[in-house]
Structure formats: C-alpha cells, structure tokens
Design a protein around this ligand. Sequence first.
Ligand SMILES: [Zn+2]
Ligand SMILES: [Zn+2]
Length: 141
Amino acid sequence: MQEPRKTRAKDWNTVEADDLRPAGNGKDCFYCGVPLGSLHHEGCVIRRCAGQYLVAIRKNDTGEIRIYRHDIAWDDTSMYQWTDGNYGCDCNRRLFWYRAAGDEAEEVICGETAFSVLYAELPDGTRIEIDESPERRGEKP
Ligand SMILES: [Zn+2]
Ligand SMILES: [Zn+2]
C-alpha cells in the first residue's frame, strides 16, 4: 500500500517533486501538467485542496481588513476555533492580523471587540462567514 502523503508546511502553489507522482512523466505536475518549480494552474487539485485557507480579519478601530493565510486545512473543528475557540479571542486575531502583513504583534490583549473575522475563504473559493455566523452569535446553527 502506498504511504499517505506527508503534509507540507510550505507553499502549495509551486510544483514540487511530490506532485509529479510515480505515474507521471517525471517532469510535470501529474494533475495540471505544469513543470517542476513553476506555479500550478489555478484550478489544480493540489492548490485547491492545499492545506491552507484564507481569513479576512478586520481591525475595528481603523477598519483595515487584512487577508491572513492559515496553513492548516479547513476541517470540522475550524468553525469552532474561530468562534468559541482560541481564534475567537482578540489576542490571536491580533497576532494573525499583524502576521498577514509580515509583522509580529507586540501586545497580547484579550477581548472580543478589537478584531472581527469576516469570513474564511477555502482554496476552492468557498467563503464561510465567521463573526456573522450563528455559531459566533451563540445561536444554535
Ligand atoms: Zn498541478
Ligand atoms: Zn485572548
């Protein structure tokens, strides 16, 4: 039996050796046919199912929205994390908001009003509301 793929921490947009697959031609992405080292086609399954998703985070005092890339695949627990879990708190949201611009946040301030998470966007383009979701409002979904 074939071993499961290792999850990779880095870039899912660039064709890596692993993407050539044993059944491929040894030079190009097995799925989209783009050469090793180049960028996968936008619709390539490697990109679409990549272990990442985007989150739109707004700093509420200035209104500035930044798009943060979270390098973990969206799963059944993700909504909970962003609503009632750790990422529902301003301290983590602040961290991610700064990180989205390549900075590190200097302060750790807990709260629920400084940052809003508008939506998560999955690699296939699906958007999932976070702060306006019933889960976040404390209603039953
Ligand atoms: Zn590809
Ligand atoms: Zn906190």
